[in-house]
Design a protein around this ligand. Structure first.
Ligand code: GLA
Length: 397
């Protein structure tokens, strides 16, 4: 993956193969043997459809050519090695369930997946795993889902389970929700497991039905910039859970199972806290409509027309859902000010990354404006790169 440039990237599979070799090399040096195989799973951005997944709504992610690669062999005990942060290894004879003396930190994503597979009727035995990932950490680009999904497809293959990819996404979500303890929806894991090269995936989170929509930017002279604000991004502060709880409460008051079933324009007569529940609900309902409008435009054969929908999504996330941040707003405003066709935060919010749809020729100008705005406001220097819709999780060797 290019570090921070607008140069044409190398093919995704060549890059996945490089990361796979680094993971295999780490496996050899830590465990003194050749791994049985290497699997890779990507990070993602979400083009549009934010905070809709846990409301049975619509999402539209595409995979980025950043991967977590897992070199894996069956073993006598669980041994996890990661090259992250200079390298560390976790060993355990047994993996306990979420409430036992469980593995913590990055290894919890791997242990969680092994546990969730067992819970779902796909028992697996111990493995050695060496991980090497270049999915930016803490940037809201799903580095943890990439770890989970690489480990999941590796374990399933090695222990002979054929698991449908949509079911696999639910199993990885179970690991994240119950083992790691983050109350996320299914967006990130589905993106990592189900996205395909050159496409954005339009998915209905109610039943994970989906279709791949070609995302051809080049013929129109367009590009999507990803702007990692480098501001710390966390769901741990409870704000993410609080948004989920607001949506559930709004659905309960309306008497529907989820906000997906709320009638268009639904309003609660007695919403608390200055209409908070109504604003949360309005975001979810209008965001679902924006996703459907985006699909119609893309399937009509143009990309440029989705710019306004992206920008409207950002305004709704900022004002009604209140999950943006100073850094994200500064990046979006600067990109739009420099001529971007549309821009929005992507992912959970509270920091992390934004995306901007730009004319490719204007990309350097937009990037410069974003960097300048951050510097002027005394914010961390963002990292900007050109996105490309990459392949989903796969066995590399
Ligand atoms: C995070 C979560 C996803 C989703 C997004 C917001 O990325 O992990 O499940 O809710 O936020 O769309």
């Amino acid at each position: 993956m290019p570090a921070a440039s607008h140069a044409a990237a190398e093919p995704a599979d060549a890059h996945a193969a490089e990361l796979a070799e680094a993971a295999a090399e780490s496996f050899r040096s830590v465990f003194g043997a050749e791994p049985e195989g290497v699997w890779a799973a990507p990070g993602r951005v979400n083009l549009i459809g934010e905070h809709t997944d846990y409301n049975d709504g619509f999402v539209m992610p595409f995979a980025l050519p950043f991967y977590a690669a897992a070199a894996v062999s069956k073993a006598e005990a669980w041994e996890f090695h990661s090259t992250y942060g200079g390298g560390s290894t976790v060993r355990s004879e047994h993996l306990d369930g979420p409430s036992g003396g469980r593995v913590d930190g990055w290894a919890a994503y791997l242990a969680g997946v092994a546990w969730a597979l067992g819970e779902s009727g796909y028992p697996v035995g111990p493995v050695r795993i060496a991980l090497h990932s270049d999915v930016p950490h803490g940037a809201g680009l799903s580095s943890s889902a990439a770890l989970e999904c690489a480990a999941l497809i590796a374990l399933a293959d090695l222990y002979g389970h054929r698991i449908d990819r949509a079911e696999a996404a639910r199993i990885a979500q179970l690991a994240e929700n119950e083992y790691v303890g983050a109350p996320t929806g299914v967006l990130d894991q589905s993106a990592s497991l189900l996205c395909t090269e050159g496409n954005v995936m339009f998915m209905d989170c109610r039943d994970l039905s989906r279709r791949q929509v070609p995302f051809d930017l080049e013929p129109e002279g367009l590009a999507v910039l990803v702007i990692d604000t480098r501001a710390p991004h966390r769901h741990a502060d409870g704000e993410y859970g609080a948004r989920r709880a607001d949506c559930e409460e709004a659905a309960r008051r309306l008497g529907v199972g989820s906000l997906r079933d709320a009638p268009p324009g639904a309003v609660l007569a007695d919403a608390p806290d200055g209409d908070r529940l109504n604003r949360r609900m309005r975001h979810v309902l209008t965001e679902n409509e924006r996703v459907l409008a985006t699909v119609r435009i893309l399937e009509g054969g143009t990309v440029a027309g989705i710019g306004e929908l992206l920008t409207a999504s950002h305004a709704s996330l900022r004002d009604d859902y209140e999950v943006s941040s100073v850094e994200l707003d500064a990046a979006v405003d600067a990109a739009l000010g420099a001529g971007a066709l549309g821009a929005r935060m992507t992912g959970g919010g509270f920091g992390g990354s934004a995306i901007a749809l730009v004319e490719a020729a204007a990309a350097p100008k937009v990037e410069a404006a974003v960097l300048e705005a951050a510097a002027a406001a005394g914010l961390p220097t963002p990292r900007v790169f050109t996105a490309r819709a990459a392949a989903g999780a796969h066995r590399v060797r």
